[in-house]
Design a protein around this ligand. Structure first.
Ligand SMILES: [Zn+2]
Length: 254
């Protein structure tokens, strides 16, 4: 399984890009940088976008991806998420005001996008990958995804504060090859992190105590640009050996 980091920050600047990961060229996790991180040809290879929740930094590029795909000879783009996420996309994004409703606009072959509703903890197949959504604790309903390929399991929490079911679900799996999770704020901002459903470095240490897979690498995304230096220092000081900060344009073979 090849993981490509298209964006991994909790904000956007020239040097920071919103959250989006690509697995094996065809499955995207969130769409914060799904257009700006890919060539047109690469964008055409994407078949499915799994959306953790509808916050704008996780969906922003869905609009321009759909716009471009309208004019390419491609099958419908599957946009999958929990019902609450799809309801928000319909009401607030693909609503013919903020952006055209690409679920009803026909491309060269079929409708440009198709929304697919996922039930928590159920199992779904997308190409050669099996996916399980697992609810987490964010400021709005949100889920992480467990993605299983041949002999490889990747877990992505999406945005979350302290949570339980996600870690418990991972603990029941025989192997977890990597966990992508977040740190958004420095330790001194724990109150805001808690109120907004995010983690600090110290919160992350507590979360990792809940994970029985002690050797699994922890890949961190979500740093808010104004606090990046401070959070990096705090993570360094914490000395969590298996954690690693993700970088834009990085590719990881799992
Ligand atoms: Zn969020």
């Amino acid at each position: 399984m090849k993981l490509r980091v298209l964006g991994c920050h909790g904000g956007t600047t020239r040097d920071h890009k919103s959250v989006s990961f690509l697995i094996d060229r065809h499955l995207a996790l969130d769409a914060g940088s799904l257009a700006s991180g890919l060539s047109l040809e690469e964008m055409g290879s994407v078949q499915t976008v799994l959306v953790t929740h509808p916050h704008i930094d996780h969906i922003a590029d869905l609009g321009t991806v759909c716009d471009s795909r309208t004019h390419l000879d491609l099958p419908s783009l599957v946009v999958a998420g929990m019902e609450s996420t799809l309801d928000a996309l319909r009401a607030h994004f693909f609503n013919n005001i903020l952006w055209p409703d690409f679920t009803r606009i026909r491309g060269l072959r079929e409708n440009v996008a198709t929304l697919v509703c996922m039930q928590p903890l159920e199992s779904y197949e997308f190409g050669n990958l099996r996916v399980h959504p697992v609810p987490v604790d964010h400021s709005i309903p949100s889920c992480g995804f467990i993605v299983e390929g041949a002999n490889v399991t990747l877990a992505y929490s999406g945005d979350t504060g302290p949570t339980q079911l996600f870690w418990e679900t991972l603990n029941r799996l025989p192997r977890v090859d990597a966990v992508i999770t977040e740190v958004s704020f420095p330790n001194r901002m724990k109150n805001l992190a808690t109120r907004s459903g995010h983690l600090t470095p110290r919160c992350l240490e507590d979360e990792l105590e809940k994970l029985a897979h002690r050797e699994t690498p922890i890949l961190i995304y979500g740093l808010k640009p104004p606090f990046e230096v401070e959070i990096r220092e705090e993570l360094d000081k914490a000395g969590m050996d298996r954690t690693r900060l993700l970088e834009v344009d990085q590719s990881i073979e799992l």
